[in-house]
Design a protein around this ligand. Structure first.
Ligand code: NAG
Ligand code: NAG
Ligand code: NAG
Length: 477
């Protein structure tokens, strides 16, 4: 992080309170019916307050204060631009469902450089539609059931097989999700090559949140370098698979096969950017989800006990060497409540940025001007006691009675996250193998933070102990 630079800017800005005041008055006059709010300091706006709040376990005050002062939709200035911030489920729905019509996707330039110009997150219009429907087809239950479930189960067992004593849960979860993603995308089994690619990947990801001033950041430059290496490695794979296809025809049934052999004729560059983006999407979010589910369960012993019971029932009915089947996955109702509640409390995707393509009237008689940045906060909706009783409490049982119609853990509309079904299956299988094989206790106190990404500060170290019944079996294969 470029703290020196930030503090320099800060002192510069603080020395000019008059300019701030003037700026605000001009903004108010110019934009008339803009949702109320404060733009904070010139240049950096309220970015520092936002970051400070999200670095604690309790970021709610940043939003709550502003909602109290200005209402559920307010104007602020974060990450280099004035931004309309929505905490209102109705306005969020408007934003998500009018993608491509009234709003378009918009991320800071530093992020687009890392993802690649052609990545799914940044794509617009027809190309996005084609790529998205392709990934959505991979989300379908049938594909997961037929092609991925056996691999998911096998790779998770293989990884858990090497656990003993102290385990850094977040690191292990990342290793598992990376291996799973490589398998799904390109049919690669874990090995030295995937592990060295993963190391480069970690560098790319570190670059993601070095905003606000990426140009000066060493981390960011290193990330761009790492991205080039990852892209080169993937380009070789794509070329090789194209050659194989010309010689032998399509043999594999992974994502790369769908990209290469479909009717869309994607270029190598398009495919590589797409793969990079999918690796980013799967890797960080799914592994965080796995880690936090375990953390929340550990802190809620009643829920853990009920979850264990559900999975023991499945375990005793099966031969130890047998893999999990789709019917097993479908007989985990309480696990699904745990998955939903983990997603709600953790808010791994805390919201989405968009840009307006027209003046957009919203409730309260306000107008978001054309070309403005908006942020639809999912977190604010999920943490609002009006939508969820005792909103800060991890309470999986709440899902037994309600389906939560303000609940959007994976976004929605045309950009609904394509991996959501897959993430649910991975987490469910992981929990099954974990609770039927190990007991554990936290090795250290660890804290949840939300910036730069949602994670625990110490990567959640735990001590694991094998349970008696399967010490001789289940060594994976
Ligand atoms: C769910 O509903 C049942 C019956 O309607 C009720 O007894 C139970 O307390 C409810 N559970 C929760 C968590 O609200
Ligand atoms: C979990 O949330 C989804 C919405 O994403 C909902 O359709 C589903 O019914 C919920 N599951 C449970 C067990 O409540
Ligand atoms: C659960 C779900 O949304 N499945 C979708 C996955 O993709 C297929 C094919 O595009 C859709 O038909 C499914 O509805």
């Amino acid at each position: 992080m470029d703290f020196k630079l930030i503090s320099l800017l800060l002192s510069l800005a603080l020395s000019t309170p008059l300019i701030t005041l003037l700026f605000r008055l001009v903004m108010r006059w110019w934009w008339g019916r803009l949702p109320p709010g404060s733009l904070g300091l010139p240049l950096i706006g309220e970015t520092l307050q936002l970051i400070a709040a999200y670095k604690t376990e309790n970021p709610e005050p940043f939003i709550d204060d502003r909602v109290k002062r200005h209402g559920p939709v307010f104007t602020t200035h974060v990450f280099g631009e004035p931004t309309v911030f929505s905490t209102d489920p109705e306005v969020n729905r408007l934003i998500l469902h009018n993608e491509g019509k009234l709003f378009e996707v918009s991320y800071p330039g530093s992020i687009s450089n890392l993802l690649g110009r052609r990545s799914l997150l940044l794509m617009k219009g027809g190309l996005h539609k084609r790529m998205h429907s392709l990934t959505m087809s991979f989300n379908s239950s049938a594909t997961i059931r037929l092609h991925f479930l056996p691999h998911i189960d096998r790779l998770i067992r293989l990884n858990l097989g090497s656990w003993s004593g102290r385990v850094l849960l977040m690191e292990e979860a990342k290793k598992i999700t990376f291996e799973l993603t490589m398998k799904q995308l390109m049919s690669f089994d874990p090995g030295e090559w995937t592990e060295s690619l993963r190391k480069e990947y970690v560098l790319v990801l570190e670059g993601f949140f070095t905003i606000p001033i990426p140009f000066f950041s060493a981390t960011y430059r290193r990330a761009i370098g790492a991205r080039t290496k990852v892209a080169e490695a993937l380009t070789l794979i794509v070329r090789q698979r194209r050659r194989e296809q010309e010689e032998k025809g399509a043999e594999k049934s992974d994502m790369l096969a769908a990209l290469l052999y479909g009717d869309d004729r994607f270029s190598d560059e398009e495919i590589v950017d797409f793969l990079v983006a999918l690796l980013v999407a799967g890797y960080e979010t799914t592994s965080t989800l796995m880690t936090l589910a375990v953390k929340f369960l550990t802190e809620t012993p009643l829920a853990l006990a009920q979850l264990k019971e559900e999975h023991e029932d499945i375990r005793v009915k099966k031969d130890p060497s047998e893999g999990l089947e789709w019917t097993d996955y479908k007989s985990m109702p309480f696990t699904q409540c745990v998955v939903n509640e983990t997603l709600r409390v953790a808010n791994i995707i805390s919201g989405v940025f968009r840009r307006t393509v027209a003046d957009i009237p919203i409730k309260g008689g306000y107008v978001i001007p054309k070309g403005w940045k908006v942020f639809a906060s999912f977190r604010a909706v999920h943490m609002n006691p009006e939508n969820f009783k005792d909103a800060r409490k991890f309470d999986p049982w709440r899902w037994q009675n309600s389906s939560g119609n303000t609940y959007t853990p994976f976004g929605g509309g045309p950009r609904l996250c394509p991996g959501y079904e897959l993430a649910r299956v991975i987490l469910s299988v992981f929990l099954h193998r974990l609770v039927t094989r190990f007991s554990w206790v936290p090795a250290e106190e660890d804290k949840l933070v939300f910036f730069p990404t949602t994670r625990t500060q110490k990567r959640y170290p735990i001590f694991v102990k094998q349970l008696g019944h399967d010490s001789l079996e289940m060594n994976g294969n």
